[in-house]
Design a protein around this ligand. Structure first.
Ligand code: HEM
Length: 264
């Protein structure tokens, strides 16, 4: 697939209407490098980078949406509040929810922040290696040691968060803590040079996906199940997923009335 995409970019027939993208940028580097450059970017490297982008970009957003729906199903009053806001602000006759609608729903943003806090998609971020001798909180760490940052534990630390186990989106109201790697108590996208390069796309994907699910559908638990029966056990290695699949029943909302062809 990647070879096909690269060939497509190299083809003389490729239309100039396309914007430059990461494949164009990498081909440009390959084209410009000198014979004796010590570090050479190759087509295989390009495929590796593209694989990382695909892997980094797919699971993380899906995992975040699943955890958000899980927390909303466990906290039905928050579900009602967020759906109330969404339908109030967007009206009741939309056939499609688009990116322009994202900024209109601040409470959904708080819900996503709180989900990131309790369920960061990459709880240990990506491993780092020390380049020199460093001292962290009194511990000496020699060069070339692998360091893992436990962002999951930091975001549940009672020294930093009040009632940390509680799902409470309101805690992010007027809170200077942001998700862009500047607030070390909250690192859903990591921090520093190697922080997530897909942060903008990741946020947009999660917000837009959830906005669609919450605008058009009401969500019920399967018959016989209560909020307390929802299992929140985690599983996984790099990304942490919900171990037991989430089961919810979508009901097309009677409050939202796009035209009849939509309903059919
Ligand atoms: C909600 C969505 C996302 C979350 C929560 C997320 C989270 C993260 C985190 C925590 C890291 C590690 C950062 C660190 O160790 O400091 C990371 C790295 C990365 N992410 Fe994301 N990510 C998301 C979406 C995306 C998207 C949409 C893409 C690409 C289209 C992407 C591509 C990557 C790549 C390539 C890396 C590795 C960067 C490197 O090695 O320097 N991510 N992401």
């Amino acid at each position: 697939m990647f070879q096909h995409m690269i060939d497509d970019h190299l083809s003389p027939e490729r239309s100039s209407k396309y914007h430059d993208d990461i494949i164009v940028s990498m081909l440009h580097v390959i084209h410009k490098q000198e014979k004796d450059d010590s570090l050479k970017l190759t087509i295989d490297h390009m495929k590796g980078v593209l694989t990382n982008i695909f892997l980094g970009g797919i699971d993380t957003g899906a995992v975040t949406m699943i955890w958000t729906m899980t927390e909303l199903a466990r906290n039905m009053e928050v579900m009602k509040k967020v759906q109330g806001e969404i339908r109030d602000r967007l009206g009741n006759s939309k056939e499609r929810v688009t990116e322009e609608d994202i900024g209109k729903v601040p409470y959904l943003y708080l819900v996503i922040m709180e989900t990131f806090r309790l369920h960061p998609a990459l709880p240990l971020l990506l491993p780092r290696e020390t380049m020199t001798h460093i001292k962290v909180q009194g511990y000496d760490i020699p060069p070339k040691r692998r360091i893992l940052v436990n962002a999951w534990a930091i975001a549940r630390d009672p020294k930093l968060w009040t009632n940390p186990e509680e799902f409470n989106p309101e805690r992010f109201i007027d809170n200077p803590v942001g998700y862009r790697g500047q607030s070390f108590e909250f690192l859903p996208f990591g921090s520093g040079r190697r922080m997530c390069p897909g942060i903008t796309m990741g946020m947009a994907t999660v917000e837009l996906g959830l906005l669609n699910l919450l605008y058009f559908f009401d969500w019920k638990l399967p018959d016989g199940m209560t909020e307390r029966d929802i299992d929140i056990e985690e599983a996984g290695t790099l990304t942490v997923v919900k171990k037991v699949p989430l089961k919810l029943v979508p009901v097309l909302s009677s409050l939202v009335t796009p035209n009849s062809s939509f309903r059919n």
